[in-house]
Design a protein around this ligand. Structure first.
Ligand code: APR
Ligand code: PHB
Length: 390
């Protein structure tokens, strides 16, 4: 098999990349180790920055405009108080959209199968070879049979546990990492969201988040110890704990409903530098992970693949490799801003197991500062609605 761009992984990064390349008239092949049903069901975040919405709209994901929910703010909840951050007022008109990653993936898969290049499910990449030559290859196994995909470029969109990153020699790369002593217990519940915007709550018992998937489905999270087994929490215990952490001085109440899904997500910050080695490019979770508190994971993946397609198009139109050479540095500037923001949001809102009373007071002072200073609030709103790509 031969193609121009070999793409490993059919998460949001790989699927969007294939779509953008198709629209630019560039051939690609996508190799995905799991089956289609698995990729379409995997629960992940669901907040799209305005720039992400624009990219997906231009790529043809039109169901998003019909079913996605535009959000003009979030609520911060602390000390039994509520503070709304108004995005358009603070950012000159920007907003975000609630549209689940599962739906983004379903839309992009349908488009790719209808009119794009090959998208092979159950095709596991085994290794990337020849990244330093003009003809990199991906060795893979499709439904039990080994094969080789010959490419001009390979893009590793294979997530944190993928194989692409391993093709960068250890001596040529650096990693930066932080793990957190807590995770998120996430639930999906068949009940209309109890608030029309997301609620991020800081509580002495730990962080809680109210989000949603649609006007009739709520998505809620609780901070739990890192090694928590989701099945160890009964539905009753989950609702009681959520109620406690969202408590306010006014008459706000949390609506309960049947829980249809429960799982625990670990929290990690991670960056691999550089994001390019020869003709191998890394994009999305293959190169970086953020804790989910800032809702940046999917949005970073979109920025990476847009940057790659711009650079490759530039190369084909002008003959200049300047933008391809700048790919890693261009992406990493935005990546580190998202790392900073995600870390700040995480440490602002979570209670570490060894938190001291001094640190508790500092958290409240940081929240108070956001609630009372337009400058501090603008900093949050700008980061949440997204930094420009490139
Ligand atoms: N061969 C083929 N496919 C692979 C391999 C492999 N060796 N290893 C992993 N994959 C596939 C996974 O099955 C998965 O479908 O690569 C895909 C990677 O997708 P994601 O993990 O979703 O990563 P990415 O596309 O970068 O998306 C980033 O989505 O996952 C969230 O938190 C993440 O929100 C962030 C965003
Ligand atoms: C979600 O809806 O899953 C979600 C929303 C906001 C976050 C993280 C996850 O910060």
């Amino acid at each position: 098999m031969r193609t121009t761009v070999g793409i490993i992984g059919a998460g949001p990064a790989g699927l969007l990349l294939a779509r953008l390349l198709h629209n630019a008239g560039i051939e690609s092949v996508v190799l995905e180790s799991r089956d289609r049903a698995y990729v379409e069901r995997r629960q992940r975040a669901g907040i799209l920055e305005q720039g992400t919405v624009e990219v997906l709209r231009a790529a043809g994901a039109e169901r998003m405009d019909r079913e996605g929910l535009r959000h003009d703010g979030i609520e911060l909840r602390f000390d039994r108080r509520r503070h709304r951050v108004d995005f358009p007022a603070l950012t000159g008109g920007k907003s975000v959209m609630v549209y689940a990653q599962t739906e983004v993936c379903k839309d992009l898969i349908a488009l790719q199968l209808k009119e794009g290049g090959p998208l092979l499910f159950e095709a596991e990449a085994l290794a990337v070879e020849g990244a330093e030559t003009d003809h990199p290859r991906v060795r893979f196994r499709h439904k039990g049979v080994e094969d080789v995909l010959e490419c001009d470029y390979v893009v590793g969109c294979d997530g944190f546990w993928g194989v692409a990153r391993a093709a960068v020699p250890a001596g040529r790369s650096s990693t930066f990492e932080r793990t957190y002593p807590f995770g998120w217990l996430g639930i999906l519940a068949d009940v209309p969201p109890s608030h029309d915007e997301l609620v991020y709550a800081r509580h002495d018992r730990g962080f809680a988040l109210l989000s949603m998937r649609s006007p009739s489905v709520s998505r809620l999270y609780l901070q739990v110890p890192a090694d928590t087994d989701a099945d160890g929490w009964s539905d009753e215990e989950i609702w009681t704990e959520l109620e406690r952490r969202f408590e306010t001085d006014d008459d706000w109440t949390l609506r309960r409903g049947p829980i249809t899904q429960k799982s625990v997500t670990p929290m990690r910050s991670y960056v691999h530098e550089p994001m390019r080695h020869g003709r191998l490019f890394l994009a999305g979770d293959a190169a970086h992970i953020v804790p989910p508190t800032g809702a940046k994971g999917l949005n970073l993946a979109v920025g990476d693949v847009v940057t790659f397609v711009r650079a490759l198009t530039h190369r084909r139109e002008t003959g200049s490799a300047e933008l391809l050479d700048a790919y890693s540095a261009t992406c990493l500037r935005r990546v580190w801003q998202a790392e900073r923001f995600s870390y700040d949001m995480t440490t602002l809102l979570h209670r570490a197991p060894d938190a001291t009373p001094f640190e508790d007071r500092l958290q409240l002072a940081r929240l108070e500062r956001i609630a009372s200073s337009r400058a501090a609030e603008t900093d949050l709103a700008e980061a949440y609605t997204g930094f420009p790509i490139g």
